[in-house]
Structure formats: structure tokens, C-alpha cells
Design a protein. Sequence first.
Length: 222
Amino acid sequence: MSGFFKSFAPLLKKSKKYLLEIILLTVALIITITAIFLYINNNEQAVGVGLDRSSDEIVSSNKIFVDVSGAVKKPNLYQVDFGARIKEVIDKAGGLSDEADVIFFNRNFNLARILSDQEKIYVPSISEINNGIFVQNQRTLDYVLPNMGVINDAPTTNTSTNNQLINLNSATIEELDQLPGIGQVTANKIIINRPYLTIDELLTKKAVNKSVFEKIKSLIVL
């Protein structure tokens, strides 16, 4: 047995000589393994957070906000699904109030129309209609003379000297939609780029192209 230990004596002597190096290498190995473990763990958590954020962004992108006011029972800002129609947001607002001009509403609002984000729906009251604050759209169907035209769901405010001109800074998306060459997408772009100091800013802000601008410049005011 003593011979066995004697055979390992030189090895033990050499080990003592390099003991400090062995300890340092061991510590370095432990630190490296710990760092790798922490990196993998943090990376997995970051991926999880990223997935959660992506899910939240997807949910958020499927929602829009619509301001409902005027003669409704619960005027407020409402969040609805993308692609929602006017009827849905009017129902959320509790429906029309007793003061609402139902005939005017039925003539000027298309309940099947799809809403846009940041849109405002204002339902005029009977007194507002009687006092001339709101007037019928030029393109609204006249039920007394049914061959006059088609329904377009936009009440027009009587705020300018010429009711036929559309105010770029205050017109609703429905009013802008009446202009030639303007659909709901372009109308929404015009609203997003407000306010306008001059009519020419429609071009500089790239809200419309040149050909559409030439069609509408005589129909709009500030």
C-alpha cells in the first residue's frame, strides 16, 4: 500500500506546484457556465415579453375609437372592432335620445356604413334642425321627391356663407366623402393631417394627389 502512495508522490508534488492555476481555471469554468445559464434564461424571458407585446399590438390594431355625441343617451368615446358599423356604436351609446330628430337621422345616417378610427358621430336634436344649425345634405335622398338623388349619411353644419363649400378643418369624414375623387380612406388622411393653414397644404402634406386637388379646390374652404 505504501508503494502505491509512493508512485503518486511525484504527481501530488506537481499538483501542489500548479494548485493556484488549477483553482483559477476551476473558478473561470464556473463563471463561464453561470454566465451561459443566465444568458439563456434572460433570452427566453425576452422572447416571452416580445410575444406578449406582439399579441397586445395585434389586439390593439383591431380596435378603433369613435366619438359619439349629440342627441344620444350616453355620449362618449367608444372603442369598437375594426370594421364596425354606425349601428353598433349608436347602440353602445344607448340609442337616440328623446331630443333626437329621428327623421333627419334616418335620412342622413347610413347605419350600415363602416366606421373609421378617430371618427366623430354627432346626432342633431330637433331644436338644432329647427334653428337651422344643421341642414340636409345636397346628395341626401328627399323622401318627398324620391327621384332627387341618393342617401349619404352626413348632416352638414350651416357654418359658412356658402353651405355647398366644405371646410377642411372642421368637416366630418362623411362631408369630405361627398367631394369628387375623395373616398373614406382619403377623407381620413385629410383629417389626420389637420390643421390646414392654406388649401395648398393638401398637396404639401400629401393628403391628396394633384388630379384630385384640381377637382376639389373650388369646393373647399378653411
